[in-house]
Design a protein around this ligand. Structure first.
Ligand SMILES: NC(=O)c1ccc[n+]([C@@H]2O[C@H](COP(=O)([O-])OP(=O)(O)OC[C@H]3O[C@@H](n4cnc5c(N)ncnc54)[C@H](O)[C@@H]3O)[C@@H](O)[C@H]2O)c1
Length: 406
């Protein structure tokens, strides 16, 4: 039996995927409210195809519980934030999960950590807890790291088709876990050691962060130099070995804006490009704010309450707002004692910020200028509603004449 610990954006689809492919699964989360929702057939977040997967898993007998189970395999998908001061990983959720597993874990079990962790986390935090509990690693318990790569918005497809990495102390166990994931994963599954798997996952997200930062820095340079960044990127990308990304309003989510910090925190003085990239991407919400101010002056908009931010989530067509550029921007405004800007996001159903709207038309009615922070399908399909508006488009999704860009 598999006990999946932590039923958030990663743990829930993973548990459902294993169960729908015929494995016996209990999903555990310490959030009782979340468990009671799942038990009564309600999903806890929106994701394309998740409903069908949930129904399939329920039909195959998946169970949900707020208690840790005695199982032969544990899959841990709890949060791994970073400490804002030291920048190193905050492993407290992982530590708590491992301690709780040790209370019910039988000898011979395999413990698979899916959460993204800094290289060395399993050595520093997980092994000591297992050993303190009298388990001998390699015989009484097997440790594995199987980091997740899926992207919210396309999770179900990517769970099935992405390539995966399995890091294990023992190659034989690595191959066993590979067979387990191959029950649903059609992508290549690479078996390696734990430290390599830990570092590879962090490197992947750091690569993305640095490439986004390059595009964002180009946007700033081109703005200062009076050059057209999108046109320059379009032409440069015709070079056979150049592939520059598009600039944007910043980076959010629980992955790309977090994981590179692990390397900065652990290797200060060495992680220089990585630190610079983090700073550039974190500076983008303030850069957008500067653009808003400039356009307000140019268009003689005196009152910021006539400006509306479209989008609160960190990317399009998901409901995840963690570390989102819009939230970073609102925080920045509050620091400057500016308030009154209006906000709307069709995916965020509850009030999480001031002046938040839940109806697109009512939002548009109350603003003269719309800042597109997220390219949800809703706005892409309703661009004509913005005809009379002043538009600042940070995502390059609007072709209307007169649209302002980064
Ligand atoms: N969200 C993504 O897009 C994504 C993609 C790839 C990897 N990851 C990684 O996956 C991990 C999980 O991220 P997430 O987005 O699913 O987080 P999440 O916050 O959506 O879910 C985590 C869940 O774990 C539960 N939890 C926390 N501590 C617990 C404990 N000790 N016992 C039981 N339940 C506990 C929480 O209640 C929550 O429901 C992180 O390491 C993240 O970096 C996330």
């Amino acid at each position: 039996m598999i006990n999946v610990i932590g039923l958030g954006y990663i743990g829930l689809p993973t548990a459902l995927m294993f169960a729908s492919h015929g494995l016996e699964v209990v999903g555990t989360d310490y959030n009782k409210n979340l468990i009671s929702k799942l038990k009564t057939g309600h999903l806890t977040f929106e994701e394309q195809g998740l409903d069908e997967l949930f129904n399939a898993a329920v039909a195959k007998g998946i169970q949900f519980s707020d208690e840790y189970q005695t199982a032969s395999t544990y899959i841990i998908a709890v949060p791994t934030p970073y400490d804002k001061n030291s920048k190193i990983i905050d492993a407290s959720y992982v530590v708590s999960a491992i301690k709780n597993i040790m209370k019910v874990c039988p000898k011979g079990a395999t413990m698979i950590l899916e959460s993204t962790v800094s290289p060395g986390t399993i050595d520093h935090f997980v092994r000591p807890i297992v050993e303190e509990n009298g388990f001998k690693i390699g015989t009484d318990i097997h440790l594995v790291h199987a980091p997740e790569r899926i992207i919210p918005g396309n999770m179900i497809y990517e769970l099935t088709h992405n390539s995966r990495t399995i890091g294990a102390d023992d190659k034989r166990i690595g191959e066993e876990v590979k067979r387990l994931y191959a029950s649903f994963c059609q992508g290549e599954i690479v078996v390696t050691d734990i430290r390599t798997a830990e570092m590879t996952k962090v490197v992947e997200n750091t690569f993305r962060d640095i490439n986004i930062a390059f595009a964002n820095e180009l946007a700033k340079i081109c703005r200062a130099g009076g050059m057209a960044v999108y046109e320059i990127i379009r032409i440069a990308n015709k070079h056979p070995r150049v592939n520059i990304l598009q600039p944007g309003p910043g980076v959010g989510g629980h992955c790309i804006s977090v994981d590179p910090w692990f390397l900065v925190g652990d290797y200060p003085g060495l992680a220089n490009i990585i630190l610079a990239a983090r700073k550039i991407n974190d500076s983008m919400p303030e850069f957008v704010l500067g653009r808003i101010n400039d356009i307000m002056k140019e268009k003689s908009i005196a009152d910021v309450s006539r400006v509306g931010l479209y989008g609160l989530t960190y990317k399009e067509n998901v409901d995840d707002v963690r570390e989102s550029p819009t939230l970073q921007m609102l925080e920045c405004m509050e620091r400057h004692l500016a308030s009154g800007i209006k906000v709307y996001d069709p995916w965020v159903k509850h009030d999480i910020v001031k002046n938040q709207y839940h109806d697109f038309d009512a939002f548009l009615n109350d603003v003269d200028m719309v800042v597109i922070m997220v390219g949800h399908s809703e706005i892409r399909e309703n661009m004509d509603k913005l005809k009379e508006k002043i538009i600042l488009d940070t995502r390059k999704i609007c072709d209307m004449e007169g649209t302002y860009r980064l």
